[in-house]
Design a binder for this molecule. Structure first.
Ligand code: ADP
Length: 479
C-alpha cells in the first residue's frame, strides 16, 4: 500500500494547530502499520533547516496558469519517514506562520501557494509523475490540499484514489473568481459541480465533491457537519456524500505527550506516581507569578483565542471563577478582543488569574502537567487534541459536548468511567455551573484521584486510528 500524504503543516517544524500535530504523528503510525508512505509538504525555511541535506529529485515545469515551476527534494527524517519537499522559493521561502504575513493577514498569494501544492500532489499521484514511485492513495488534508483530488480527476490520467480529511470545516479556502486562470483551471470548471461556490472559488468544496473518500476527525463531527446548523454552508454536499464520509478520531503523539517521559516538566509522573504532579502545579504557579496555593483548584486554557473555542464564556465567567476561589492560567493568541479580555481579568485578579499571550509549545506541556482541570468550552470542535493531552496527563478536561470532545470526555457524574466534566448549553452560567462541579470534585481527593486514573487509563495513541485509516485505504485499493 503506497500513500502520498500531502499537508501544509507538520509538527514540530510548522504548526498552527491540530493539523500540524496530526501530520507530525499519523504518517509514522501508518508506516509502522505497514504502509509505504511519503509526506509531501512545502519546503518552508523551517523544513530547509530541518533537512539541510535534502537531495534534488526532479524539476517540475509550470503545471498551468500562473503556477510557477518548482523542484522536488527528497529527505528522510531520523525515524525513517521519507519526505518530498516542494521547493518554490518565491512562494514558500517565508518565515513564520504558513498562512499569514507578519501583519497577521493572509498572504495575498495563498491560492497560488496551496494551488501549487495541490497541483503537484495530483501530478505525483497520476500516471505522468516524474518519480518512479506512484502512490495507490493520495491523502489530502483541509482546504490547503483540497484542490488535489479535483486536479487528479480532471487534469491527470490514471492515478491514485483520493482521500480528503476535514480537520476543520470552518476554513474553506475561498477566493475570488479571478484566480481560476491563475490556478490553471478552465472556464468549464466554473460550475456548481466544479470549483464554484456561491460565485467564489472554494478549494474545500471542490475536494469534498471529488475526493473518492472523505474523512473527518471524530465520529460526532462527521454527523454534525451534515446538519444545516453545523455544516458551514456545505451540509447538503456532505449529506450527498454521507456514504463516503467516515469519522476517525485523532490520536496523540505519545512520544511527545507522555507525562512519564516529558522533558519539559518539573517532575515526570505516571498513574502509579501521581503525587509528583503537585510539583508541576507549584512550578506552573511560579512560572505564571501566581501564589503557590495547594488549597484551590488550578484551571487552565491552551488555545487559539477564537470564538470557535468558546473562550468568551471563560472570560465572562472569570470573576466568578476567581471568587470560588480558584486559579486560572491562560496561554493563547488570536482574537484581539479576547486577548484584551483575558489581560483585564488578570489585572483584576492578580492572585488568581494569569495570562500569557503567545504560542509556546514548552509552556503548553507545563500547563497540561501542572493544571488540575483543563477548560475547552468549544462551540464546535472537530476533534480537539488538548483534551486528550489533558486526559493523558491526569488533568481532567471540562468540555462542551460537541464533536471530538463528546467522543472522548465522559462526565464525572455518569459513573465509574467518568474522566472529566461535560456541559451542553453555550452560556457563561452553564460553564460556571460545571466549573463549580469540578471544583467540588477536586475538593474530594479520593474522587479526584479516581477521575485522574480513569483519564490516564485511556489509549489515546495513533495505533487504533492508524489501523482504521489503513482499512479505509484498503477498501479503495480493491476498487
Ligand atoms: P485547533 O487545531 O483547532 O487549534 P486542537 O486542540 O486540535 O485545536 O490542536 C491545537 C494544538 O495547538 C494543540 O497541540 C495545542 O497544544 C496547540 N496550541 C494551541 N494554541 C497554543 C499556544 N498558544 N501555545 C502552544 N500551543 C498551542
Amino acid at each position: 500500500m503506497k500513500t502520498l500524504f500531502v499537508t501544509s503543516e507538520i509538527a514540530p517544524w510548522v504548526k498552527t494547530g491540530g493539523l500540524g500535530d496530526v501530520a507530525g504523528a499519523l504518517p509514522q503510525a501508518l508506516r509502522q502499520a505497514g504502509c509505504d508512505l511519503r509526506v509531501l509538504a512545502p519546503r518552508y525555511p523551517a523544513l530547509q533547516k530541518a533537512f539541510p541535506n535534502a537531495e534534488h529529485l526532479a524539476h517540475l515545469p509550470s503545471l498551468g496558469g500562473q503556477l510557477p515551476a518548482a523542484d522536488l527534494y527528497a529527505a528522510q527524517h531520523a525515524d525513517g519517514l521519507p519526505f518530498l519537499l516542494l521547493d518554490c522559493p518565491q512562494l514558500f521561502d517565508r518565515p513564520g506562520n504558513p498562512y499569514l504575513g507578519p501583519e497577521g493577514i493572509d498572504w495575498l498569494d495563498n491560492h497560488l501557494r496551496f494551488g501549487l501544492l495541490s497541483r503537484v500532489a495530483a501530478r505525483l499521484a497520476g500516471d505522468a509523475t516524474p518519480l518512479d514511485w506512484r502512490p495507490d492513495i493520495l491523502h489530502c488534508h483541509d482546504w490547503q490540499t483540497a484542490l488535489a483530488p479535483y486536479y487528479l480527476r480532471f487534469y491527470e490520467k490514471g492515478g491514485a484514489a483520493s482521500v480528503l480529511t476535514i480537520h476543520n470545516l470552518a476554513f474553506q479556502g475561498i477566493f475570488p473568481p479571478q484566480v481560476l486562470d491563475e490556478l490553471g483551471l478552465l472556464a468549464s470548471d466554473w460550475h456548481i459541480d466544479g470549483v464554484e461556490y456561491y460565485s467564489q472559488l472554494s478549494f474545500l468544496k471542490a475536494g469534498l465533491r471529488h475526493a473518492d473518500r472523505l474523512t473527518t476527525v471524530s465520529p460526532t463531527y462527521a454527523r454534525e457537519i451534515q446538519t444545516t446548523a453545523e455544516g458551514m454552508g456545505l451540509s447538503g454536499l456532505l449529506r450527498s456524500r454521507a456514504a463516503e464520509l467516515t469519522g476517525i478520531l485523532n490520536g496523540i503523539d505519545t512520544t511527545i505527550w507522555n507525562p512519564a517521559s516529558d522533558s519539559h516538566l518539573a517532575a515526570t509522573y505516571d498513574r502509579e506516581h501521581l503525587d509528583a504532579k503537585r510539583k508541576n502545579k507549584a512550578a506552573l504557579q511560579r512560572q505564571f507569578g501566581l501564589p503557590e496555593r495547594s488549597d484551590c483548584p488550578l484551571f487552565a486554557v491552551v488555545s487559539r483565542l477564537t470564538s470557535q473555542k468558546g473562550l468568551d464564556l471563560v472570560a465572562a465567567a472569570g470573576d466568578l471563577l476567581a471568587a470560588l476561589p480558584a486559579q486560572l492560567v491562560v496561554l493563547g493568541n488570536g482574537d484581539k478582543t479576547l486577548e484584551a479580555a483575558f489581560r483585564k481579568l488578570a489585572e483584576r485578579h492578580p492572585q488568581h488569574i494569569a495570562v500569557t499571550i503567545g504560542f509556546d509549545e514548552a509552556l503548553a506541556h507545563h500547563i497540561e502537567a501542572g493544571a488540575d482541570c483543563f477548560l475547552m468550552p468549544s462551540r464546535f470542535e472537530p476533534c480537539g487534541l488538548n483534551q486528550m493531552y489533558s486526559l493523558a496527563y491526569g488533568t481532567p478536561p471540562l468540555v462542551r459536548a460537541t464533536g471530538g470532545l463528546a467522543d472522548t470526555v465522559i462526565d464525572a457524574d455518569s459513573g465509574a468511567l467518568g474522566n472529566g466534566f461535560v456541559f451542553s448549553e453555550t452560556t457563561p452560567a452553564a460553564l460556571m455551573h460545571t466549573v463549580r462541579r469540578a471544583a467540588e470534585a477536586w475538593r474530594d481527593p479520593k474522587r479526584w484521584r479516581q477521575l485522574q486514573m480513569a483519564a490516564m487509563a485511556g489509549d489515546y495513541s495513533w495505533r487504533v486510528p492508524a489501523a482504521r485509516y489503513l482499512d479505509l485505504y484498503r477498501t479503495l485499493q480493491r476498487q
